[in-house]
Design a protein. Sequence first.
Length: 167
Amino acid sequence: MGDHAECTQIEFDPQEISYRQILDKFFEWHNAFRKPYARQYMSAVLFHKPGQRELWEEAVASREDAKRKVQTEAQDFGGFTWAEDYHQKYYLRRNKTVALELKGRFPSIEEFVDSTATARANAILGGFLEPDRKQLEELGFSEQSVDELLNRKRSFFGSLFRSVIPG
């Protein structure tokens, strides 16, 4: 691990949701005041565009007080280092039917990880996304995989996530 930390990049349409709104949700759903027990699990915000740092600083200033200081690190985005292959698409890898189909369509790890179809399947199998038959068929899934995805069992974390984020 060294100085690396697990992280997720959020891509968003500013016509749908603003960066300020994303920061509001970050503070609503995450305890930014808690110190991490290991650097691997630290809380961090990485800036991609001009103006994001200033909005972050405003959001922090409005939430901190004399007793509570935000522990989230904030810095400019410097790039990602991929996790090992076996850490990619965790929920999908636990479903052999769908994983094997997608491995056949996307043979390299880069294609597999970057594919919209694998991202959707992983999110569905993790319980983070409601499956939609038409969308799955448009993404080229076989009938067997569509059935697997429509009848998946939700993970604990997916169920927890969906209970916090409606729709």
